[in-house]
Each structure stands twice: as C-alpha cells, then as structure tokens.
Design a protein around this ligand. Structure first.
Ligand SMILES: Nc1ncnc2c1ncn2[C@@H]1O[C@H](COP(=O)(O)OP(=O)(O)OP(=O)(O)O)[C@@H](O)[C@H]1O
Ligand SMILES: [Mg+2]
Length: 459
C-alpha cells in the first residue's frame, strides 16, 4: 500500500474514532440535560401543587380536580395517591398513558424516566413523585407522569446533525490526509527518483531542493546532498590520483623503453652505451618501485587505518633514525632535547615514517646542517625539523600537503620526489590526532613542526 494512501487512511480512521467518541459524549450530554430540564420544571410544578394544598386544608374534591386540571400539560397526567397506592384524584389528557403507568405512593421525592409503548410506538415518559404530607386532610403523594414529546424529535435532529457533520469531517479528513501525505511525500518521492537515477546511471547526483522548509525532510535532503558532495569529491580525488600516478609512472617508463630499444637495436656491441642503458634502466626501475610503494602507502592511508598504538620514546626513536640516515646521506643532523624520555602513545612505525619524510625533504632541499628539536609542551610532544635550505615561497605553503604537489617540478624531478611525502606525513599525523605546521622563508630555510598528543591518559 502506498504511503500516501496509508497516511490518509490512518488520519481518517483516527478522525472517525475521535468523532464517534465526541458524538457519543455530545449525544449523552444532550439527552441528559434535556431530560434534566424537563425534570426540573416538572418537580417545580409538583412543588407548586404541594404548596397549593398546604395553604388550606378544606378543599372540596371538585376544587382539587379543577386545580389539577388547570396544571395539566399536554400528554400527561397528575394523580394523588394514598399510602396503600389507592388513587384518590387523577386528571389526564392522555388516558392510555395514565392506564399504562401504575400509581405508586412515595414518602420521599423521586423521579424516573421510562420507555413505554403507546399506540405501537416507543415513547419516553418522565414520572415525578413527591410526598404530600400535610395541609390536606389525607396524607398521600403526588405523581406527575409526562410524555417527553419533544425529546424523540430533538433526538432525531441531533442524530442527523451529528451524522452529516461527521460525514463531512470524514470527507475533509480524507482530502486533507491526501494533501498532507502529498506534501510529506513530495521530497521523499524526489529523493527516491534521484537515487534511482544514480543507481541507473552510476553518476552521483544531488536532490533539487525547491523551497527552504527547514524541517527534517530538508535536513535529510541536505545530508544526502552533502554525502553526494563527499562521494563526488572522493570520486574526483580517486580519478585524479589514478591519472597523476599514471603520469608519474610515464616518465621513468619512457626512459626504460627508450634505453631498452637502444639495447635491442645495438645489442651489447657498444659496451659503454650498454652499461649506460642498463644503469639507467636500473635507476628508473628502482624509482618506479619506490613510487609504487608510496602509491600503496597513500592508498592504504586513505582508508580507515588501524594504528598499532604503543608507548614510544621520541628521543630514542629519533636517535636511531639519525644513525641510519647518517650512513646513507652523510649529512650533519643534530638532535636537540632537554629531557628524556619524551613519551607518546603512537604507532611507532608510522611516526618513524613521518620523521623520515621530513628529514628526507630537509636533506633534499638544503645543503647545510639540519636540526631536530624535541620537547614537551602542554601534554603535547613537539618534533621540529629545521633546515637552512632553499625554503618554500609563502604562497605555496598552503598547497604543500596536497598529493603530487611540488614547488619546482623540474627540480623535484632531479631530486627524485613524487610530491607525496608531506601528504602521507600529514595524513599519519592527523590519524594520531596531531597537527603539522610549516614555516618557511624562501632562500633561508624551512621549519616543520609536529604537534603530537602524548595520549598517555589513555593508558
Ligand atoms: N624542507 C623543504 N625545503 C624546501 N622545499 C620543501 C621542503 N619540504 C618540502 N618542500 C617542497 O614541497 C614539495 C612537496 O614535498 P613532498 O615531501 O610532499 O614531496 P617531494 O619531496 O617532492 O616528493 P616525495 O617526498 O614524495 O619523494 C617538494 O616538492 C618541495 O618543493
Ligand atoms: Mg619529500
């Protein structure tokens, strides 16, 4: 069943139930107040009669009869009974009614509503009985019986009004339910259509928001659009990565291919040329190997990465890195620290990778000595790698963490970089909930500062 139909049926059913309850209450209250009003006027009349008889004691039967007759209203009877239920006086203008209802002596006031059948019709009758104790030569009770003539017709009118108004309300409720359901469903239908389009074409597409409703449905549509934005961004990033990566691989592959061609054409006849070709092929192949390793690194860091968190002493970690690098690069790298150990909770291999990336840059883009500072600051550990090299132009600094971004592409080719180092470092530091900042002045040098949360409270 469609949700619009469901909503309109449910609202109508609810409305109908409410109407039925309200109608029953209205009907009961109406009947009760109408009968109560009749009862009050009849009791008032009975009291008047009682007072009349109490005023004097020696009325003749004719006087009594004519008094009762004078007070008689339509379709009613008035009678006076004595203690043994014997009727002393009775006046009526509805004989069948008086015959149907047997007189009853009472010594306290009472009233009743009774349904009787008169002339093959069901009639409602009100009977009021009051004691007649003094003032009359006979002690007895007064009984007034009265057909509730207006009640039936008023009841019919009320039922008719309630019926018609309920029917109207149900029709209105059905229509408004449909209208309401359509209002609610329009954005949802819109969303379903967009999702079906996406599913069919495979192309992310946003939901068109026609008006600002600021409700949950708009929030849903906005969230969906944000999600599509993210997907598009990721989609774009991914294809950009693939094309950048292929572009990066193209140059070394072209070099390899041309040297391989050279070798194919001339074979090993020219020993010098062959040596050069083999050397070049080896260098470029090594470069490709390094590059693919870096690509894999980037790709794996794009996903949710499980870090292997352990207590790491930054001082000893840096010392061991510097020892390794010194052998390879033969450069002066000086480690400065005031206290040891400087402990953080981190993935040691990943932090090591970050420090190597920073040192690798410092080595590549400077000739003088390099300083590494380690310190503790407000629950953070700070690692600062400072070089006195070529520096980075101010306007380039904001792009430096982007994938494949290199300030001087030609020079970077010489240095063999692929522009992924800082991107990887930034991603790893972010995974550690840390921060990486870079200060640089062209021609003077660069300072890269890592803020790593100690995270010791997690232990
Ligand atoms: N210490 C530095 N001094 C001067 N320029 C730097 C320094 N560090 C980074 N850069 C500039 O930022 C660019 C991006 O650095 P990044 O480490 O991401 O890539 P790369 O060094 O070129 O290549 P890779 O690190 O992937 O081998 C570099 O190409 C370089 O232009
Ligand atoms: Mg680098």
């Amino acid at each position: 069943m469609r949700i619009t139909l469901k909503i309109s049926l449910l609202t109508t059913a609810w409305m109908l139930l409410t109407l039925i309850i309200i109608n029953i209450i209205v009907f009961i209250l109406f009947m009760k107040t109408t009968v109560d009003m009749e009862k009050d006027t009849t009791i008032q009349k009975a009291d008047d009669i009682v007072k009349y008889f109490q005023a004097e004691t020696d009325y003749t039967p004719e006087q009594i009869n004519s008094k009762l007759k004078a007070l008689l209203t339509e379709h009613s009877y008035i009678r006076i009974l004595q203690a043994d239920n014997q009727v002393l006086y009775e006046v009526t203008n509805e004989k069948p009614l008086a015959e149907k209802i047997k007189g009853k002596y009472v010594d306290t006031q009472e009233s009743e509503r009774r349904g009787i059948s008169l002339a093959k019709k069901e009639k409602q009758v009100l009977i009021v009985r009051v004691p007649l104790k003094e003032g009359l030569n006979v002690k007895g009770s007064l009984e007034i019986g009265k057909e509730l003539i207006g009640l039936e017709s008023r009841k019919d009118i009320l039922l008719w009004i309630l019926g018609v108004s309920s029917l109207l309300a149900v029709i209105l409720s059905l229509l408004s339910g449909r209208w309401l359901a359509n209002i609610i469903m329009r954005p949802i239908t819109n969303m379903i259509q967009t999702m079906e389009d996406i599913e069919r074409s495979g192309i992310p597409k946003k939901i068109i928001i026609h008006s600002e409703t600021r409700d949950e449905l708009q929030t849903l549509a906005n969230t969906f659009n944000l999600m599509i934005d993210r997907l598009e961004e990721n989609f774009e990033k991914q294809s950009q990565f693939v094309s950048d990566a292929s572009h990066e691989l193209k140059t070394p592959l072209t070099v390899i291919k041309s040297y391989a061609n050279l070798l194919r054409r001339h074979g090993l006849k020219d020993q010098e040329m062959a040596d050069e070709a083999i050397q070049a092929i080896h260098t470029e192949a090594t470069r490709i190997q390094k590059m693919t390793e870096t690509f894999l690194d980037v790709a794996s860091l794009e996903k949710e990465v499980e870090l292997e968190m352990n207590l790491v002493n930054l001082v000893s970690l840096c010392q061991s890195i510097l020892k390794q690098l010194k052998h390879v690069y033969k450069r002066d790298i000086i480690l400065h620290f005031e206290e040891s150990p400087i402990l953080i909770l981190a993935d040691e291999l990943k932090i090591k990778q970050v420090i190597i990336i920073l040192l690798d840059n410092a080595i590549k883009y400077s000739n003088k000595n390099i300083d590494v500072f380690l310190k503790k600051m407000e629950g953070n550990a700070i690692v600062c790698v400072e070089d006195h090299g070529i520096g980075i132009p101010q306007e380039e600094i904001e792009n430096i963490f982007e994938r494949f971004y290199r300030v001087d592409k030609a020079r970077s080719r010489e240095t063999g970089g692929s522009g992924l180092g800082l991107h990887i470092a930034n991603r790893i530091v972010k995974l550690h909930k840390g921060e990486i900042t870079l200060k640089s002045k062209e021609g003077e040098g660069t300072k890269v500062i890592l803020h790593l949360p100690a995270g010791l409270e997690l232990l």
